[in-house]
Design a protein around this ligand. Structure first.
Ligand SMILES: [Zn+2]
Length: 416
């Protein structure tokens, strides 16, 4: 069935460049984009049009690093460094997800919060609990969030959240067998090297290879963590090699943070097609530092953005985008590396992840529609008529849920 959306369409098909089509038309066939037009081609003249008037139609956001079971502790423990924060708050909170009814309530709220914030795609950590992870996937599917979720593996140094090695492997297989969702897929998720024994890492590498699964984890977030990894794996010159050793460092692997990744580690990412997921708010909140994003981009590393709740304190990705800009300006003061512009940071939060999902950046024919409709009419009245790029910039900085009037995910209308 052919449907058409009309409005001020803005997307970022190229890094650093916006394309705006005033009062343009997005033509869809069963939720798949057929074309983006300034004038409607005559063959579509009889098709129904959903007209969003003067509103903006933007590519929706993708959050490629967040921890679902940390949602209840959003905005807590912000005065602690990473390893203390994990042991004081995080592991205790995650242990609560042994309770399926609690998981259902929290994950339903999280899924709704994502969609109403304009995030339609995710790569997400669950807890170690198989049942709660399946509930999370079900709730995302129900709300219209698409992407990947991982049952977390953690058989070492993880407090009350820890699992046994055999249990971790057995439950991972049970979880994989239970994943039967149309839009939410499994991704293998060793929490990070300090949380996983060598035996577990080796087994996860074997499962990843055997089943062709993607992998997500953490890398070089904090100096204390980097030193700990060095102690645990004296045979590895650098942190990334502890993943490579077990077959977990491969094309499409997502590595959150990479704050302290030097030239050699960045080059290893670029060479292997490993993605860096930049979580600027979390890195500042936990005093981890500011990641060298411009350096990574210049070296050809794929970069996406993550809210990293609850190290990050904002779930809404437009806030994550603007935080990335602020962090890059701090980095510029330290190193002179040019800061991220609004179109560049938006690209990382909306367009770049499309490539990770196997699509092309922006609204492209053949890709399913992921879009957010923004009504900026309630923002402060400007002194003159604004251009579309000015309205876009202002919306990225200022919009909240009250501005988001419709959301499309994977070709389906999921809000509005
Ligand atoms: Zn994380």
């Amino acid at each position: 069935m052919t449907t058409i959306l009309r409005g001020n369409i803005i997307h970022a098909p190229v890094f650093g460049k916006l394309e705006a089509v005033p009062r343009g038309f997005l033509v869809l066939e069963d939720g798949i984009i057929r074309g983006l037009y300034a004038e409607l081609p005559p063959e579509y003249a009889a098709c129904p049009v959903t007209d969003y008037g003067n509103r903006l139609i933007l590519k929706s956001f993708a959050d490629l690093h967040l921890h679902a079971p940390q949602y209840p502790m959003l905005g807590m423990g912000m005065d602690l460094p990473l390893l203390d924060w994990l042991h004081t708050y995080t592991f205790n909170t995650e242990a609560r997800f042994a309770d399926a009814a609690y998981a259902r309530r929290v994950y339903r709220q999280l899924a709704h919060d994502l969609i109403t914030s304009g995030t339609t795609r995710v790569a997400m950590f669950s807890s170690r609990h198989t049942d709660a992870t399946l509930i999370l996937m079900e709730e995302l599917e129900r709300a219209g969030v698409t992407g990947y979720v991982g049952k977390v593996n953690m058989d070492r140094d993880s407090g009350v959240a820890q699992e046994g090695t055999e249990e971790s492997i057995r439950e991972t297989l049970r979880w994989l067998d239970g994943c039967r969702f149309a839009h939410v897929k499994p991704i293998l998720t060793p929490r990070f090297t300090p949380s996983c024994s060598d035996e577990l890492m080796a087994e996860l590498g074997r499962i990843a290879k055997e089943r062709g699964l993607l992998v997500q984890s953490h890398l070089s977030e904090n100096p204390g963590e980097v030193a700990l990894v060095k102690d645990l794996h004296p045979d590895c010159a650098q942190y990334w090699e502890t993943y490579d050793k077990y077959g977990l460092w491969k094309p499409g692997t997502l590595m959150a943070h990479c704050v302290h990744s030097d030239q050699r580690e960045q080059e290893a990412m670029a060479a292997s097609g490993v993605w860096a997921v930049h979580c600027a708010a979390s890195n500042v909140n936990l005093c981890s530092g500011t990641a060298p994003i411009r350096e990574m981009l210049d070296r050809g590393v794929h970069v996406a953005l993550g809210s990293d709740i609850a190290g990050g304190d904002q779930l809404a990705m437009n806030k994550v985008v603007t935080m990335s800009i602020r962090a890059s300006k701090i980095k510029q003061l330290e190193t002179g590396a040019p800061f991220l512009t609004v179109p560049e940071a938006y690209y990382l939060g909306a367009s770049a992840p499309q490539e990770w999902f196997g699509e092309r950046p922006g609204f492209q024919p053949g890709d399913s529609l992921h879009a957010v409709v923004v009504d900026d009419g309630g923002l402060p009245e400007p002194v003159r008529e604004l251009s579309l790029s000015e309205r876009f910039e202002r919306s990225i900085y200022l919009m909240d849920k009250s501005c988001i009037t419709a959301v499309y995910s994977g070709g389906r209308k999921v809000l509005g």
